[in-house]
Design a protein around this ligand. Structure first.
Ligand code: FAD
Ligand code: EPU
Length: 344
């Protein structure tokens, strides 16, 4: 294993902000993970497992070891009515989705072009264009390098919700996702409920056509991190009680509201931010994306302080105008590990 010390994290997260780590190392197998956790020089240092860093904001230099998860491999069991795919956590998500379509195993086409690694997909239950990860998840394999324990969690045990799962809770502290199982049914049905996809003909459409359409919509709407640093939606779409939704709807009839579980409603945070006149707003080098207000970008040599200040301004404006509290989706990391916008 190759250890690098005092390294720049700029190339290891899609915001591309300046930050450093005490050390960085790649793990290619479970034995590597165990060796990293036992390394005498870094025994007491905090560890942060990273895929492609596409949902991360390093608020300060990280005083610990960044472990790049590069556990690879894809195998397939061919069952009578479904394929069961076993996929290493370090595989690129989009490359895996493209591979599954190329090999005649559809079901993930709506989730094309989401950045990141397969192992991070369960953590916030990635979702886009009418499909969420949990709908195709068979199991998630986890490993605890501190104790050597391994477990396979069923999809139900993962407690998936909107941008949420058990992996965001304290019980999963110290566990690393090593492999993900996907169940893709052979009786494929297109999912065309998202706005622009509804124009496709459900009788004629192919998985490839949906894959291509999703890639085209995403390329038109979202900034490409290789051109302009960002981490996708900075905030989650807030889920509010039906009474508050009804009050907002009465004042703002055009407000985009969607049904959520337990009779609640989800509001489009991008709309709330745009209504506050914040599209294109700058703070230092950070900017609210002019085409998609839910995304904060590293427009011009931003620092993490610029991004944090801008994010706080957005939260404050939206709360003052609508009484709705935005929560950040992006995972914030300080010197020791995870933190929150409120704590910064
Ligand atoms: P990282 O950012 O590296 O890590 C995210 C978190 O997971 C961190 O807390 C990290 O410590 C932890 N982690 C990562 N891997 C492991 C592991 N193997 N074991 C344990 N913990 C781990 N998300 C959506 O849901 N839908 C979208 O449509 C979407 N669009 C996006 C568009 C753009 C342009 C960008 C930049 C991001 C978008 N995202 C979207 C967010 C992001 O792509 C996903 O959250 C993705 O799953 C993150 O993967 P990653 O490998 O980059 O994770
Ligand atoms: N909207 C505005 N102004 C904006 C942005 C959006 O008015 O600046 C309105 C749109 O007009 C639309 C509604 O908000 O009526 C929803 O917008 P969009 O379809 O673009 O989706 P989103 O809610 O902004 C969510 C996810 C994305 C995912 C898309 C597509 C969250 C936090 N974000 O965005 O995921 O790709 O839907 O399914 O749920 C991510 O999580 O990083 C991410 C990019």
């Amino acid at each position: 294993m190759k250890w690098l010390s005092d390294v720049s994290l700029t190339p290891h997260h899609t915001f591309g902000l300046p930050a450093r780590a005490q050390a960085i190392v790649e793990a290619h197998c479970v034995q590597d993970l165990q060796a990293i956790w036992q390394a005498p020089d870094y025994h007491a240092s905090p560890k942060l497992v990273v895929g492609e860093g596409s949902n991360l904001l390093f608020c300060q230099d990280f005083e610990g070891v960044v472990v790049l998860n590069r556990l690879m491999g894809i195998t397939v069991d061919n069952h009578a009515d479904h394929y069961l795919l076993h996929v290493g956590a370090g595989e690129s998500w989009h490359a895996f989705v493209a591979w599954s379509i190329d090999h005649g195993m559809p079901g993930l086409e709506n989730l094309a072009l989401i950045p990141g690694c397969v192992g991070a997909a369960p953590i916030q239950n990635i979702g886009a264009y009418g499909v969420e990860f949990y709908e195709r998840c068979a199991y998630v394999d986890i490993y605890h390098p501190g104790t050597g324990n391994q477990r396979r969690l069923s999809s139900d045990e993962c407690q998936f919700g909107y941008r949420d799962s058990i992996f965001k809770t304290p019980v999963m502290q110290g566990w690393v996702i090593t492999q993900v199982g996907f169940r893709l049914n052979k009786a494929w049905k297109p999912v065309l409920k998202y706005g622009a996809l509804a124009e496709l003909d459900s009788q004629q459409v192919t998985p490839r056509a949906i894959f291509d359409a999703v890639c085209a919509i995403r390329r038109a709407k979202l900034p490409d991190p290789s051109v302009c640093g960002n981490a996708g939606s900075f905030f989650k779409n807030p889920v509010i009680e039906s009474e508050q939704a009804a009050t907002l709807k009465a004042t703002y009839p055009e407000i985009p509201l969607y049904p959520a579980s337990l009779g609640k409603n989800k509001i489009a945070a991008g709309w709330l931010i745009e209504q506050c006149g914040l599209k294109g707003k700058r703070q230092g080098g950070a900017r609210v994306h002019p085409q998609q207000a839910l995304v904060i970008t590293n427009a011009e040599n931003a620092t993490s302080d610029d991004v944090l200040r801008l994010a706080k301004q957005v939260v404050s404006h939206v709360y003052t105008r609508f009484g709705v509290a935005l929560e950040h989706e992006v995972r914030l990391i300080d010197q020791q590990g995870e933190t929150t916008l409120e704590a910064q």
